[in-house]
Design a protein around this ligand. Structure first.
Ligand code: AMP
Length: 382
């Protein structure tokens, strides 16, 4: 694989695989550093393409389009972890790609991911692979009930998941998780974790192995989709530190060049169990745009472009709320409310469950409000 020989010069082009809001915010950060972004996505008029210098709209499998794209960019990264590994391999043969296709592949497959985490010495909840339907009953017995069955690939925001409370719920769950043609898809069975809260850490690593990690934050989900991120997480310092050190271990063990997010469950007795790795900017890091001197998006660009990493420290506390589906209609009222910073991703259609934007409120460092204050943080001004 070709490697960057030095920092990317201003005016150079970063190839971005994926056209979603993460690519959009990274493209804005890249522009601030003097770079152009060329987006590759199958989607016409994507959020990232709207703010980028160039876009290739083509299927992931279109090797001619991938070849032209590779010839037109100086380095490639991605904002979407379901980019086919083969597409990234094709690019990596011609142009530097960061994070590497191996990092992408580990994060795409829940069995590969959990196996990697175990090898890296990062704890997860009990799990068992279900690579054939006949293994399912034994896997559930091994992890115990209740449990969560998840497809190994292409699941996100609760898609490709089924929670089982009783053994007789297995057959309907297998039906729900089958492919469109009814065929079995590989699964993992996970013990259901009765977590006290969920936290995440975003960590960047450059080619020299320097690491910069953002503070551990707390995440609340609604309908399986991230609703709120509270920065910093209101957990014991030992819990926040355990998440930090696990994130650093993952970045080192996987040889990361770029940025990744690792999500954890915090158990009632204060253990930190890794759930998922996403080797790209993450929804739980949007607060860094306003609350840190260098956001997660700029940090990704710096790592990929061979620039020094920026200071990830938090100058303010923050709460970020996603605007899902019709909630995007609140933007005019949010804009008119002092202290709120809404972001709109430029998506034309507000489908239910679709991430349309987000809004952040800053608080003085150490000055997060209580639960009532957090619930009221995004109320529009009367
Ligand atoms: P995932 O797609 O694995 O990130 O899961 C989405 C969300 O579902 C998580 O953030 C949790 O809120 C919930 N969830 C997933 N797996 C489990 C589990 N094993 N136990 C309890 N809740 C889970």
């Amino acid at each position: 694989m070709p490697e960057l020989s030095g920092p990317l010069r201003p005016g150079a082009t970063i190839g971005m695989m994926g056209g979603g809001q993460l690519g959009r915010m990274a493209a804005v950060a890249a522009a601030r550093l003097g770079y152009r972004v060329h987006v590759f996505t199958p989607e016409a008029d994507s959020p990232a393409a709207q703010v980028s210098a160039a876009a290739t709209v083509a299927e992931w499998s279109d090797s001619e389009a991938l070849g032209r794209f590779a010839a037109s960019v100086d380095v490639v990264t991605f904002e979407f972890e379901n980019v086919p590994g083969d597409a990234l391999d094709l690019l990596a043969a011609r142009v530097p790609v960061a994070p590497s296709p191996r990092v992408l592949r580990v994060s795409q497959d829940r069995i590969a991911e959990k196996t990697f985490l175990a090898e890296a010495g990062v704890a997860t909840g009990p799990w068992a692979p279900v690579t054939a339907q006949a293994q399912a009953a034994a896997a559930i017995a091994a992890v115990g009930l209740p449990c969560v069955l998840k497809t190994t690939r292409l699941g996100y925001d609760g898609k490709g998941q089924a929670t089982l409370r009783r053994a007789d719920e297995l057959a309907p769950a297998l039906g729900k998780l089958a492919g469109q043609d009814g065929s079995f898809r590989p699964l993992v069975a996970e013990a259901f974790i009765d977590f006290a809260c969920e936290v995440s850490v975003i960590v960047a690593r450059d080619r020299a192995g320097t690491i910069a990690a953002y503070d551990t934050v707390e995440n609340r989900h609604r309908n399986h989709i991230l609703d709120l991120t509270i920065a910093p997480a209101r957990v014991a310092s030992a819990v926040a530190e355990a998440a930090q050190s696990a994130a650093r271990r993952v970045a080192e063990a996987i040889g990361l060049v770029g940025l990744l997010c690792i999500e954890f469950f915090v158990t009632q007795d204060g253990r930190v169990l890794a759930n998922e790795i996403a080797p790209r900017p993450h929804n739980s890091g949007h607060w860094t745009i306003e609350a840190c001197a260098v956001s997660q998006f700029e940090q990704q660009v710096r790592a990929v472009a061979g620039l020094p990493l920026g200071d990830p420290s938090r100058h303010s506390d923050a709460v970020m709320k996603n605007l899902i589906g019709d909630e995007i209609g609140a933007v005019p009222a949010l804009l008119a409310t002092p202290g709120l910073v809404p972001h709109h991703y430029g998506k034309a259609e507000a489908r239910p469950g679709r991430k349309m934007g987000h809004v952040t409120r800053l608080f003085p460092r150490g000055g997060l409000p209580d639960e009532t204050g957090i619930a009221a943080a995004f109320a529009p001004a009367p």
